[in-house]
Design a protein around this ligand. Structure first.
Ligand code: HEC
Length: 107
């Protein structure tokens, strides 16, 4: 009986591992694409270039916010900006924050 449980547990782990691989294979590199996620999750208010300023969103190209603050605001939201902690993983949020910084105009 115990042996059967171990087999069931191992099979579940294998299925879970395969599921994760399937998700990754959607992108060519297997890495998280911060730009693509930004365009999908943030572009509606901030625009792909960061300058749309819809729904009272600030222009991200002139933002001085540091990465830690960007991660915080993506995770928890603020004012009219919704929190994303239920829909994005911490890895995805970090990749998006890196992309947000690249939107800034060169100094
Ligand atoms: C529904 C519209 C909306 C969406 C979607 C949205 N934001 Fe925002 N964002 C806002 C608003 C409004 C603010 C201003 C919040 C405040 O300060 O009250 C803001 C503020 C910010 C700031 C702070 C800028 C600064 O210098 O103060 C950053 C960074 C940011 N958003 C990044 C993102 C990222 C990255 C995403 C996608 C994960 C995202 N936002 C999704 C509306 C949105």
């Amino acid at each position: 009986m115990r042996y059967v449980l171990i087999v069931i547990a191992s099979v579940s782990i294998l299925i879970a591992a395969c599921g994760n691989q399937d998700q990754n294979s959607a992108s060519t590199t297997g890495a998280v694409d911060g730009k693509d996620l930004y365009n999908k999750k943030c572009g509606i208010c901030h625009g792909r270039d960061g300058k749309l300023m819809a729904s009272g969103a600030p222009d991200l190209t002139v933002s001085k916010m540091e990465k830690q603050g960007i991660v915080q605001i993506i995770t928890m939201g603020k004012g009219n900006m919704p929190p994303h902690k239920e829909t994005l993983t911490t890895t995805e949020i970090a990749a998006i924050a890196d992309h947000v910084i690249t939107l800034r105009s060169p100094q």
